[in-house]
Design a protein around this ligand. Structure first.
Ligand code: ZN
Length: 341
């Protein structure tokens, strides 16, 4: 995606030469006209309608989408205009808007705070970590905004998904107040549930953000997806399937595809389980799906944690971090349904 935009950027730069010269003709008097190429086409640039700007509570917006949605991947909404105000000069916004632009917000990352409401507010507003939004657990209708969507919040840390790294740079982060987990006598993590009204709040908020920035389903993720060796949140109690089924948010596999793959996967799964080539195949599939995992051909600790993160999201009934035929079938069904573009 980034490469595509780079190419668009380059071609936009190349093609911009011609129209710029047409503009120069009427607005700029070069000191040495001899140096101007003689083959410049002198036909005036067709007059394009200028985008109008509206003002809402002191914030300016374009009234139409000025980007070209056929060339960009997330240009559907208009966004606020932040401009310089250089002393003695006038910045004009409506003369030359460029089609080659889009939003920086490519990902939506969900978290739990693992601490109660009051502490969540203190930590996320007064310390080195933050998120754009905080969903409380008070049963009211409020959602707290802590950081402007155009600014970077510090919620993701060291992170990656597919070809992207450091997702603080290009994501919106939502923190949900939740107790996190405790560990039982066998070492198993027992996670706290989310209340129904929290899930509804998160769904409404996620829907609004994903729609405005055209965030694709593959980029609506758990913190544990983008940092699987470090993080567990929002954990297996977060109802990803419900968000997919009822709000069309994020990814989920097709049951029929999973079942047919599962029947095939079961036949030789146990016999191949410890073959290095089979482990490598599974690690490569996790990597292809998006996880930042280095295929090693061994069931190493990073692989176990990555499988656990995958299970938190897509097979929450059993999140033991051990690859089994069902988890393997779900992973393959997802890779079929959401191929890398
Ligand atoms: Zn987190």
């Amino acid at each position: 995606m980034r490469k595509t935009l780079y190419i668009i950027g380059l071609s936009a730069f190349v093609f911009s030469c011609a129209p710029q010269k047409k503009v120069v003709k009427t607005t700029y008097k070069p000191k040495n006209p001899v140096t101007q190429p003689k083959t410049v086409v002198k036909t005036p640039m067709a007059e394009k309608p200028k985008p109008q700007i509206t003002n809402d509570h002191g914030v300016e917006f374009f009234t139409t989408n000025i980007a070209d949605p056929t060339k960009n991947d997330n240009t559907a909404s208009y966004g606020s205009i932040v401009s310089a105000k250089p002393s003695g000069y006038k910045v004009v916004k409506t003369y030359f808007p460029a089609v080659a632009q889009n939003f920086r917000q490519k990902y939506l990352i969900l978290h739990y705070t693992a601490i109660p409401d009051d502490k969540s507010i203190t930590v996320l507003t007064q310390q080195a970590v933050s998120a754009h939004y905080l969903v409380n657990n008070l049963g009211d209708n409020e959602i707290y905004q802590l950081v402007d969507e155009n600014k970077r919040a510090y919620h993701a840390g060291i992170s990656s998904w597919r070809s992207d790294k450091n997702l603080n740079d290009n994501s919106i982060g939502i923190e949900i107040v939740n107790a996190g987990y405790t560990t039982d006598a066998t070492g198993k993590r027992i996670f706290a549930p989310f209340s129904d009204d929290q899930v509804k709040k998160v769904a409404a908020l996620a829907k609004d953000i994903a729609t405005r920035y055209q965030i694709p389903a593959t980029n609506v993720l758990a913190h544990s997806d983008i940092a699987p060796t470090r993080k567990q949140d929002p954990g297996p109690m977060f109802p990803w399937k419900k968000l997919y089924d009822e709000y069309q948010i994020g990814m989920w596999y097709d049951e029929a595809a999973k079942q047919s793959i599962f029947e095939l996967a079961q036949t030789d799964f146990q016999t191949r389980y410890n073959e290095a080539s089979f482990i490598f195949l599974i690690q490569t599939a996790l990597q292809k799906f998006g996880y930042g995992i280095e295929p090693s051909g061994a069931w190493d600790d990073a692989t176990k944690k990555t499988i656990e993160a995958f299970q938190y999201h897509f097979r929450p009934q059993n999140y033991d971090g051990i690859m089994d035929a069902e988890t393997w079938a779900i992973l393959q069904a997802l890779n079929q349904k959401y191929p890398v573009k």
